[in-house]
Design a protein around this ligand. Sequence first.
Ligand code: GLU
Length: 482
Amino acid sequence: MKVRTRYAPSPTGRMHVGNLRTALYAYLIAKHEGGDFLLRIEDTDQERYVDGAVEIIYRTLEKTGLIHDEGPDKDGGVGPYVQSERQASGIYLEYAKKLVEAGQAYYCFCTPERLESLRTSVNGEEILTYDKHCLKLSKEEVEANLKAGLPYVIRQNNPTEGTTTFHDEIYGDITVDNSELDDMVLIKSDGYPTYNFANVVDDHLMGITHVVRGNEYLSSSPKYNRLYEAFGWQVPVYVHCPLITNEEHKKLSKRSGHSSYEDLLDQGFISEAIVNYVALLGWSPEDNREIFTLEEMVKDFDYRRMSKSPAVFDMTKLKWMNGEYMKAMDFDKFYQMAEPYMKKVITKDLDLKKIGAMVKTRIEVFPDIEGHIDFFQEMPEYDIAMYTHKKMKTNKETSLKVLEDVLPLLEAQEDFSNDALYELLSAYVSETGVKTGFVMWPVRTAVSGKQMTPAGATEIMEVLGKEESLARIRKGIELLKL
Ligand code: GLU
């Protein structure tokens, strides 16, 4: 049987990291087997609906490369792929009625007040277990109520004795006492199906073979199983993904910057690195490799190697991985992404490509660029103690001497390219018989005012140009003379 998986998001905002992982795993499971990956929009919860969220879903799937084979925009013959449209066609009510006829579901006309009175407190938690009151209504009573236009819901009729067992590929066999299965609502009083009902009907009608989703749905799964059984449908393979926590083992939150794919892009992460990192939140390949392209993941992904223990979203690790992607990135692509960050700090007419090449292997996320290159725009105030460097055997006096020596050489120098400047300073190094660092350290300090720079003295001077470089060296001499 052809493997078919789906990503079934509710359009409630940006795509959270957990949702991205669900989409990714569903995609990988399908593609690993040459199967189909579907997109279904679950918009039946009108209260949670956020305008524009559907566009975010499309945009995110496209940018991450999780291209669906079927969906609202790609008909594969089992549509519509939007639950509100499916609802409008009446299918959920039709299937709920089938269950009513089979005695597996029933109409419930209880008023909100009556339901409230069923609320009890168990271990400090408010729970509402429905008491099957309306199950006792006769067929005639139900019909009369419907005719009179009384508001109603349709509830699943679950047994109260015995147990129900279902199998999850990651969590194993899970058995619950039927007494714990509430008679959950299948059709709400507004005519919309609940998520619980719609996803079973849709997964079946869309031929979904593997259901991939977050483990928050684990506890409801026995009820889904009973629905499949009531309909006489084959239960899909369940793959529930482990919880993702932050470094403190707490829920991911927007505040700590973990929460959504687009938040991470805003923070300067690369899409491919995010997808790669997210893949490892609950799964590891046999060889423990960490860097993967999407194609390589398709090849290697095996859901049987997923873990059930919570996965920790480690920002430091993601940053490291992002840095690896930056190093490996083609320069033009890197430059295109880096340019806006460089332009934030550099407004002078400097060769940004050269500066970009200096930082490419030194940063982990794009905003890091600013701190590395700001000195090109403006010389920072610096402490002359920086001229003293133990290893280079420099101090203020030696630095002053070097700067005073090289200044006239640089003044006389026409060609301010890195190579020519390096040659010039190297000649001075050999003439004076000192070490290269003994000369380069003070020069670099004078032209950058920084302890750490993304390139050496001569590369920096090439970018700054003659006039600015000389001005900075003269300034250095001035400071050292004070
Ligand atoms: N609409 C549900 C959500 O966004 C989907 C759950 C599922 O995949 O079954 O959480």
